[in-house]
Design a binder for this molecule. Structure first.
Ligand SMILES: Cc1cc2nc3c(=O)[nH]c(=O)nc-3n(C[C@H](O)[C@H](O)[C@H](O)COP(=O)(O)OP(=O)(O)OC[C@H]3O[C@@H](n4cnc5c(N)ncnc54)[C@H](O)[C@@H]3O)c2cc1C
Length: 532
C-alpha cells in the first residue's frame, strides 16, 4: 500500500495495453492499493505519479500488523478495498477476454473470472466490430481465440490454472508444506473455517478447486443470512469472507484441488491434483456438493452457452430479451427464477411436483406469485432440448397425462439438487450411502482408529467435515458458516495434546515435520505457528 504525501498519482487501467485509460487521480493523504494487497493476487490497475510525489510504502505484513492494532484504520482500509474491487469489476477494468460467445473456452474463462471476482471486460468477436482489429494487433488469428490480455501480457486460451498462476491466485508448485490447519473447499463453510482458524493463530492453508464462494458464490441474492436485512449477493459474501480470512493471515489458493487424504503418524497428508502434497495437523473438509445434471440428449453441447447451473448477471444480460426456463422446486430454483424475472423477458419455472410449498420457502413462493412474467408449470419435466450449440426451445411433458408442450426458452437454468464432492475420499473416510461424510455419533464404531468422535469429526481423528458435504447437514449458508467455526473450536482444543512432540518448533517460528515420513520444513508465516 502507498500513502501519498505531497503529489498526485493517476490510476491507469490496461497500462501499455490496447485499452489504456486513466480512471482517476489521488492527491495528498490518498492511499493506493487494491483488495489484492491482502489476498496476494496481482494488482489489476497501475499507478503512475503525475509529476514529483513522495509516498510511504507499507508492505503486506506491515499492513496486517497495522490493521490488527488500529481498529478504525482497519475498518476504513477494508471498506475501501471492498468498494474498490466492486468499482473495478463494475467498470470492467483489469483483464480483457477476447473471443466468441459460442466458444466453450471463452465461456469457461468468463465464468472463472466472474466467479473469482477478477475484474475483466469481454470483447465478443461475433458482435464487436473492433474485436478483429484487436486480435490482429495482438498477432492472434480468430481461431487462436479466446485470448486474455492484461496490459502488455497476452495469454492464448489459458487453462484456468495457468490464468490463476499468472494472477497470483494459485500457488506455484513448490516443496511440500506443513500447516496447522488445512481447509479443503472455500465455500461458506471453508471460508468460515479459514477465518476462525487464522484468527485463532493457526497457520491456515485453504484449497479451492474452482472458485472462492462455492455454491453460495453463485447465488444472486441470499436473503436469509443473519444481519443482512436487504440480502447480499453470494459474490459479495465470498469477497468479504476471503478478505477477512486474508486479513488474519490465512492463505487461500484457487484453483487447487485436494485429490487424496492419507493419515500418517500424528498428522494428515493431503495430496493435491498437481502431484504435490501438504501435511496438516488438522484437516477440515468443506468441499460441498455439485449440481445434478439432467439426462437429456445434446445437453453437453449446450452447457456454457445456454444451459447453466447458476443464474448470475452474466447469464441474465446474455438472455435479456429471451424467454428462459428454470428447472427445480427448491429455494435455489425459486431465487434464480425471481432474479431472472427481473432481467429477462419471461421465465418458465418447471417443477416435477404439484406443490411448491413442500420444497420452497414461503417468501420465495410469494415473490414468484407477484411476478407477472413468471409462469410456474407444475407436474412438468423437460422431455427434449432443441438446437445445437445454442438452445432454440424446449419440449416439456406433463407427468400426469404425458401431454407435451413447446416452450420458446432460449436458456435453461438447472437447479435439481447436488451430489457431494467426496470421490477423492472413498475408502479413507466413512461415508453414508449417498456419499456424504459421516461425523460425530454417526461414525460407525468399527470404522477408523481411535475412540469416540467429537461432533463434526470424521472416522479419521483430526479430520473434520463441515457444511453441505457432511451427512445430515442443513444445506444453508448460515449452518455451513456455523459448522466451519465450530470445527475450529474443537481443533483448537484438541490439537496440542494429539500432536505433541511431532512438530518441533524452529527458532524462527516455522515448523519441521519428520515424524510422519515427510522431510519438509516451512518458513514461518506472518503469524507464528501454533507449535512455536
Ligand atoms: C444458486 C444457489 C442459491 C442458494 N441460496 C441460498 C440462500 O439464499 N440461503 C441459504 O442459506 N443457502 C443458499 N444456498 C445453499 C448454500 O449456498 C449452501 O448450503 C452453501 O454454499 C454450502 O456451503 P459449503 O461451504 O458447505 O459448500 P459449497 O458452497 O458447495 O462449497 C464447497 C467448495 O469446495 C470446493 N471443492 C470441491 N471439491 C474440492 C476439492 N477436492 N478440493 C478443493 N476444493 C474443492 C468447491 O469448488 C466449492 O467451492 C444456495 C445454493 C445455490 C446453488
Amino acid at each position: 500500500m502507498y500513502v501519498i504525501l505531497p503529489g498526485r498519482v493517476a490510476i491507469i487501467d490496461d497500462l501499455g495495453g490496447l485499452q489504456e485509460r486513466v480512471l482517476l487521480e489521488y492527491g495528498p493523504r490518498g492511499f493506493l492499493g487494491e483488495y489484492n494487497l491482502l489476498t496476494g493476487q496481482a494488482a489489476y490497475v497501475s499507478a503512475v505519479a503525475v509529476g514529483p510525489a513522495r509516498l510511504i510504502e507499507i508492505k503486506p505484513g506491515g499492513l496486517r500488523e497495522l490493521m490488527a492494532q488500529e481498529e478504525a484504520l482497519s475498518e476504513l482500509i477494508l471498506g475501501a478495498l471492498l468498494r474498490r474491487i466492486a468499482v473495478m469489476i463494475g467498470l470492467h477494468t483489469g483483464l480483457s477476454i477476447i473471443g466468441s460467445g459460442y466458444s466453450a473456452d471463452a465461456r469457461r474463462l468468463l465464468e472463472f473470472t466472474a466467479r473469482n471476482q477478477i475484474p475483466h471486460s469481454w470483447v465478443d468477436v461475433e458482435h464487436d466490430a473492433a474485436a478483429e482489429a484487436m486480435l490482429r494487433d495482438l498477432g492472434v488469428t480468430p481461431d487462436q481465440a479466446p485470448v486474455v490480455t492484461w496490459g502488455p501480457r497476452v495469454l492464448n486460451n489459458p487453462t484456468n490454472a495457468q490464468l490463476a498462476r499468472a494472477l497470483g491466485l494459485a500457488p506455484s508448485p513448490g516443496p511440500a508444506q506443513v500447516v496447522d490447519l488445512l481447509v479443503a473447499g472455500a465455500g461458506p463453510a471453508g471460508l468460515a473455517a479459514s477465518v476462525y482458524g487464522a484468527s485463532e493463530g493457526l497457520s491456515t492453508l485453504t484449497l479451492e478447486s474452482t472458485a472462492v464462494g462455492g455454491q453460495a458464490g453463485t447465488s444472486t441474492r441470499i436473503e436469509n443470512y443473519l444481519g443482512f436485512p436487504a440480502g447480499l449477493s453470494g459474490a459479495d459474501l465470498a469477497a468479504r469472507a476471503a478478505l477477512q480470512a486474508a486479513k488474519f493471515g490465512a492463505r487461500i489458493t484457487a484453483p487447487c484441488q485436494a485429490a487424496g487424504l492419507e493419515p500418517r503418524a500424528g498428522m494428515t497428508v493431503v495430496h493435491l491434483a498437481d502431484g504435490t502434497m501438504v501435511g496438516a495437523r488438522a484437516v477440515i473438509i468443506a468441499t460441498g456438493a455439485r449440481y445434478r445434471r439432467l439426462a437429456l440428449h445434446g445437453l453437453a453441447s449446450l452447457e456454457g452457452t445456454s444451459v447453466y447451473y447458476a443464474a448470475t448477471p452474466e447469464e441474465a444480460s446474455r438472455h435479456a430479451s429471451d424467454a428462459v426456463a428454470v428447472v427445480g422446486g427448491g429455494n435455489s430454483a425459486g431465487e434464480a427464477a425471481i432474479f431472472l424475472a427481473a432481467h429477462t423477458r419471461r421465465v418458465y419455472l418447471l417443477v416435477r411436483r404439484g406443490d411448491l410449498a413442500a420444497t420452497m420457502s414461503r417468501y420465495l413462493i410469494d415473490q414468484l406469485a407477484r411476478r407477472p412474467n413468471v409462469e410456474v408449470l407444475a407436474h412438468t419435466e423437460v422431455a427434449a432440448l432443441k438446437g445445437e450449440g445454442e438452445l432454440h426451445g424446449l419440449m416439456v411433458t406433463d407427468r400426469r397425462n404425458g401431454s407435451r408442450r413447446d416452450l420458446d426458452a432460449r436458456a435453461l437454468f438447472v437447479f435439481i439438487g447436488a451430489d457431494p464432492h467426496t470421490e477423492w475420499l472413498n475408502g479413507v473416510l466413512a461415508l453414508d450411502r449417498a456419499g456424504f461424510i459421516l461425523t460425530g455419533h454417526d461414525v460407525p464404531a468399527t470404522s477408523g482408529p481411535g475412540g469416540g468422535r467429537l461432533p463434526l469429526e470424521t472416522s479419521v481423528p483430526g479430520v473434520f467435515a463441515v457444511g453441505d458435504v457432511r451427512s445430515g447437514s442443513v444445506k444453508r449458508v448460515a449452518s455451513a458458516v456455523g459448522e466451519g467455526s465450530m470445527a475450529v473450536r474443537f481443533i483448537h482444543d484438541d490439537l496440542a495434546p494429539r500432536t505433541e512432540g511431532v512438530f518441533p518448533a524452529r527458532p524462527d517460528g516455522g515448523l519441521v515435520a519428520e515424524g510422519a515420513g515427510l522431510q519438509v520444513s516451512v518458513p514461518s508465516a506472518d503469524k507464528p505457528a501454533l507449535a512455536s
